[in-house]
Design a binder for this molecule. Structure first.
Ligand SMILES: NC(=O)c1ccc[n+]([C@@H]2O[C@H](COP(=O)([O-])OP(=O)(O)OC[C@H]3O[C@@H](n4cnc5c(N)ncnc54)[C@H](OP(=O)(O)O)[C@@H]3O)[C@@H](O)[C@H]2O)c1
Length: 328
């Protein structure tokens, strides 16, 4: 089946690649935030495609390759409908290492991802974590060769600071930077935007629902990796939920959910921003993409920003040991 629905589109920097204004973050389809069957994960991806959501976000780190294999199965026969984004080089702190940006690692990782995804070309290939021990010019230089070889269409980097973005972009034009961006954690992203806008790079907003916290639903299964995240820690959670409650009246007035309100707020920050909320559930997928229909006035946008001001979140964005591996 091919999608019959159209969805508002945004462009990935100067690459000319058009993606749905809201993408689908597929990370949690590999058991990161509690379990889900592959059949249900594939059905969810099909539902997204059926609604014109064409921007699928993965990484070789999600489920140690499982996520890419799942996407490969899901898009079989539907490749032309999909803008496929994946990433390499996030070691997650294994043996004390968070990133690998060595050129030979880039080449080997891409080969493995292509195989797992079952495709000939990756539309958007990101470095997932910046490796401070390898000059970014060397890493992006190796990624640029993948473009020249036709294995990758466009490049991105994730959890990158403005200085790194400028150096990477000077080596090869970046189509996108993927950084965490939500109402709850936005100091780094807003600083990033000043640079990405100047260079015509899209900002892909990951964890746009604050890893679910901004919806107010914070029931976490025992196996849920979010249990490690300071924002959900008992000493921070009630303070964060009190921020979220400040959105309730406006959400009711707009006849939408809090999750839709925060996604609509993100979309309104600029046409260069593409949120990629993740969910394992079809009804929430539909709710999230429904955010594109929520229109906010300038006064409402200011009211939302004021309700959860920059820096109001309790708890670091990542567990302390990981903080040195982000926004590098
Ligand atoms: N580049 C990076 O370093 C990086 C890091 C993290 C994430 N990402 C990408 O960004 C994507 C999204 O981030 P994320 O999954 O961390 O966070 P998110 O999208 O902010 O939130 C996802 C969480 O919210 C819940 N949720 C989703 N829609 C909901 C709704 N309408 N109502 C209530 N709860 C809802 C989901 O639970 P259910 O599944 O139960 O609905 C899930 O636990 C990931 O899939 C991944 O592709 C990238």
């Amino acid at each position: 089946m091919t999608s019959t629905k159209t969805f508002p589109k945004r462009t990935l920097g100067s690459s000319g690649i058009q993606v749905s204004a809201i993408g689908l973050g597929c990370m949690s389809l590999s058991g990161i935030y509690g379990s889900v069957s592959d059949d249900d994960g594939i059905a969810l991806i099909h539902e997204a495609l059926d609604h014109g959501i064409n921007f699928l976000d993965s990484s070789d780190a999600y489920g140690a390759g499982h996520n890419e294999e799942l996407l490969g199965k899901a898009i079989k026969g539907r490749r032309a409908e999909v803008v496929l984004a994946t990433k390499f080089g996030n070691l997650g702190g294994k043996d004390g290492r968070f990133a690998d940006g060595r050129p030979e690692f880039v080449v080997a990782s891409c080969e493995k991802s292509l195989k797992r995804l079952g495709v000939e070309v990756i539309d958007l290939y990101y470095q997932h974590r910046i490796d401070p021990s390898v000059p970014i010019e060397d890493t992006v230089g190796a990624m640029a060769k993948l473009v020249q070889q036709g294995k990758v269409r466009a490049l991105g980097i994730s959890e990158a600071s403005p200085a790194t973005i400028r150096r990477a972009h000077a080596t090869h034009p970046l189509a996108a930077v993927q950084n965490e961006f939500s109402l709850l954690y936005r100091a780094d992203a807003e600083e990033t935007l000043a640079t990405t806008r100047k260079l015509d790079i899209a900002l892909v907003a990951y964890s746009p629902l604050g890893r679910g916290l901004l919806t107010g639903d914070v029931e976490l299964a025992e196996t849920d990796a979010r249990k490690r995240h300071p924002r959900f820690a008992s000493e921070n959670l009630s303070s964060n939920l009190s921020l979220v409650r400040r959105l309730e009246d406006l959400a009711q007035k707009k006849h939408c959910t809090r999750g839709q309100l925060v996604l609509a707020w993100l979309l309104a920050q600029g046409d260069d921003i593409i949120p990629i909320p993740g969910t394992k559930r079809k009804e929430r997928l539909l709710e999230n993409i429904g955010a594109a229909s929520v229109k906010l006035t300038a006064a409402e946008l200011a009211q939302i920003s004021d309700a959860i001001p920059v820096g109001a979140a309790a708890g670091l964005r990542y567990p302390e040991a990981q903080m040195k591996s982000v926004y590098v």
